[in-house]
Design a protein around this ligand. Structure first.
Ligand code: TMP
Ligand code: ASP
Length: 235
């Protein structure tokens, strides 16, 4: 397989077209951004770690029967993925109160949500990815009722699989963000990445932060935390 041209470059990844129809190469970059790109640094080694961690999670989810775009990891920083037409939505699942939810609603950090909360956000940097109700999703034509129902159910399945897997590895899944797209024949598939850039992971015993919050909050020890996540995920 040969990469041809870069179809899309985001803050943390590049999506390459290839000479194989329906197949893309997703390359993970070392760039770390937060607060909609306001804070930006290049952190050597991040791309390689996120590619490995994401590959593990996608393989785990496929085994559990979740359709994902993941085909195979082909190099340190690249994976082959199915070509999808992405929904302009971010689907966030929250098990424990953190981040923007704490700021927006004044809920005490660390509050447990059982059942977990599923939220939708508009993927639009110019608007700062605003939160959406299901009615907004429908009214803006971002997804049909049937797709909304699928997204919620798929997000909760992902949550169940990852929460169980991580808890066996002394890691708490606080919250995470997913992105979905459709194949040429209209099937809804999980895309993007699943990594410490897009999830919050806390050590179950100490509560130690092991994700991009180390960068957002200038806590230091960023790469070591990502390495620790990879070790746990591959054990
Ligand atoms: P939030 O608390 O900032 O809304 O984030 C919720 C989860 O979504 C958290 O695990 C980080 C992830 N996330 C992304 O992957 N990309 C984003 O742009 C944002 C804002 C959050
Ligand atoms: N990914 C977003 C950014 O690049 C926000 C975040 O993850 O905190 O700014």
């Amino acid at each position: 397989m040969k990469k041809t041209n870069a179809l899309y470059e985001g803050k943390a990844k590049i999506l390459w077209e290839t000479d194989e129809p329906g197949r893309m190469v997703q390359e993970f970059k070392d760039d770390a951004t937060a607060f909609n790109g306001v804070k930006h640094e290049v952190i050597s080694g991040k791309g390689v770690l996120n590619n490995q961690i994401s590959s593990h999670f996608f393989a785990l989810l496929e085994e559990a029967g979740v359709r994902t775009h993941f085909v195979e990891k082909i190099s340190d920083s690249e994976m082959v993925v199915e070509r999808l037409s992405m929904l302009a939505l971010e689907v966030v699942v929250r098990n424990i109160a953190a981040g923007s939810l704490v700021k927006r609603l004044g809920v005490e950090q660390g509050t447990t949500f059982d059942p977990p909360i599923v939220e939708f956000y508009l993927k639009d940097d110019d608007l700062n990815d605003p939160i959406l109700s299901e009615e907004h999703v429908r009214a803006l034509g971002l997804a049909t009722d049937e797709q909304v129902a699928y997204l919620k159910q798929a997000a909760l399945t992902v949550n169940r699989v990852l929460t169980e897997f991580l808890s066996e590895r002394n890691t708490r899944l606080v919250d995470f963000k997913l992105e979905f797209g459709t194949t040429a024949d209209g099937e809804m598939v999980l895309g993007d990445e699943i990594s410490p850039d897009t999830c919050r992971f806390h050590d179950a015993a100490s509560g130690k932060i092991m994700d991009k919050d180390r960068f957002r909050q200038d806590l230091g020890g960023f790469i070591d935390a990502y390495k620790e996540v990879l070790e746990r995920v591959s054990s």
